[in-house]
Design a binder for this molecule. Structure first.
Ligand code: FE2
Length: 419
């Protein structure tokens, strides 16, 4: 089922405008740099999301394209569409200029809007357009995380924006740490057939879940501080073998963006360098780190089914902070509420589930078969969205995925235990 044309047009304009607005605080130089292979230059994100609408929604390339070379420059990973610039080389693209990339965005925006108004898009194209909007929202989060790496790894660690709220307001009655119990059983997870969801969220299917408990709060900075103080980063018995090797190889002694300063700890955020706040959800942790912290806490990470069951029961009542809050940093839990808080928003929560196909998984057809399915090996599932995720982008069945060592995303976790 595809939304009405007028609604799609309004959403298209709003999503595209927000992407441009996210890049606006950055200089042209900021937008060219690729600080590491996993992160892409902001200019590349602006162009790639546009290429997605041009090549995949409109099906225009070659002679019909805005620039025939852009398919090579801004295709991310679609083998079915053609060859492309190697991912680690995206930061070499001083050409096309940022100005030309903006002209590219405007030209494709006009083409999409004209096609919508003239009714030139058939139902499959409209479905691809809706996917393109969700795709662009994914890149909006990446623009923020990649800008954070670009700025946060510089010697002066400049802020992305100086006007971001300095600290979260303390909750009137902060929820106490504790556990929520769930009976489990033979239950269903995954997205129903109706409405938008990515292909990797379907089909809805039955799983057996043993009785379990889920922490009321995500792992907080206070937990990490205690883990650090107890020598957790140097205790191999807490770590998976791959995690221990990664921690040694990369010299991990603190979460990414943390530093020791004046006998305490500071943390770089998009608002600049600030003291670590104990009550805030812990962030920029790899799967290996949260796994070790969970073990140190005498617990484990939840499976994605355990996480989704809890989220389905709360019905989204316990929402945390999203990009819409415009704080762009995790915040302490809001007051009160039954059940786990901040399941949605603040930090993506690593789960114990490896990223694989649900039983009966069917990828989208054509080039879009490559959207999610081909990444189903060697990654872990994350749930719930973050403080950089648009509120209307996330849902209980949403499955994000990253390799276990990844730290530059807004990643934390919540612990679980058997009942
Ligand atoms: Fe993409």
């Amino acid at each position: 089922v595809v939304p009405a044309l007028s609604e799609l047009l309004a959403r298209f304009r709003a999503v595209r405008a927000r992407t441009t607005a996210l890049a606006a605080p950055l200089s042209a130089e900021d937008q060219v740099v690729q600080p590491m292979a996993d992160a892409s230059p902001i200019k590349w994100h602006l162009a790639h999301t546009t290429w997605f609408f041009e090549a995949i929604v409109l099906g225009r390339d070659g002679a019909a394209a805005f620039d025939a070379a852009f398919g090579f420059l801004f295709n991310s990973y679609y083998e079915a569409i053609g060859s492309r610039v190697a991912r680690p080389d995206r930061g070499r693209l001083t050409r096309p200029s940022l100005e030309i990339v903006h002209r590219y965005r405007e030209a494709i925006d006009r083409q999409i809007e004209r096609a919508l108004v003239e009714g030139a898009l058939d139902a499959p194209a409209l479905s691809r357009l809706e996917l393109g909007l969700h795709h662009e929202q994914q890149h909006q989060e990446l623009i923020l995380t990649d800008a954070k790496v670009t700025l946060g790894m510089q010697p002066l660690r400049p802020a992305y924006r100086d006007d971001l709220a300095a600290a979260s307001a303390p909750a009137a009655a902060p929820p106490a740490p504790g556990w929520c119990a769930y009976p489990g059983g033979l239950v269903e997870i995954g997205a129903i057939a109706k409405g938008f969801a990515f292909d990797n969220e379907r089909p809805r299917h039955r799983v057996y879940v043993a009785p379990y408990q889920l922490a009321v709060l995500p792992i907080r900075n206070s937990d990490v501080l205690a883990f650090v103080a107890d020598g957790g980063y140097g205790e191999p018995r807490l770590w998976l073998a791959d995690g221990w090797a990664a921690a040694r190889e990369h010299g991990w002694e603190l979460p990414m963006y943390w530093a020791r300063q004046d006998g305490g700890f500071v943390q770089y955020g998009l608002g600049g360098v600030r003291p670590v706040v104990a009550d805030e959800p812990a962030c920029h942790l790899s799967y290996y780190e949260v796994d070790a912290i969970a073990r140190w806490l005498g617990a484990r990470l939840p499976t994605e089914a355990e996480w989704e069951l809890a989220a389905a029961v709360t019905g989204g009542a316990d929402l945390g902070h999203f990009a819409d809050t415009d704080r762009l940093h995790p915040a302490a839990a809001p007051a009160g509420g039954e059940g786990p808080v901040q399941l949605f928003g603040d930090v993506w929560e690593w789960t114990a589930s490896s990223y694989g196909p649900y039983p009966g998984f069917r990828p989208l057809s054509g080039a879009l078969a490559e959207y999610n399915g081909k990444f189903m090996s060697g990654q872990q599932v994350l749930r719930g969205g973050s403080c950089l995720t648009p509120r209307d982008h996330i849902r209980a069945t949403y499955r994000n995925f990253f390799p276990p060592p990844a730290r530059w995303q807004m990643t934390g976790a919540r612990i679980a235990r058997d009942a």
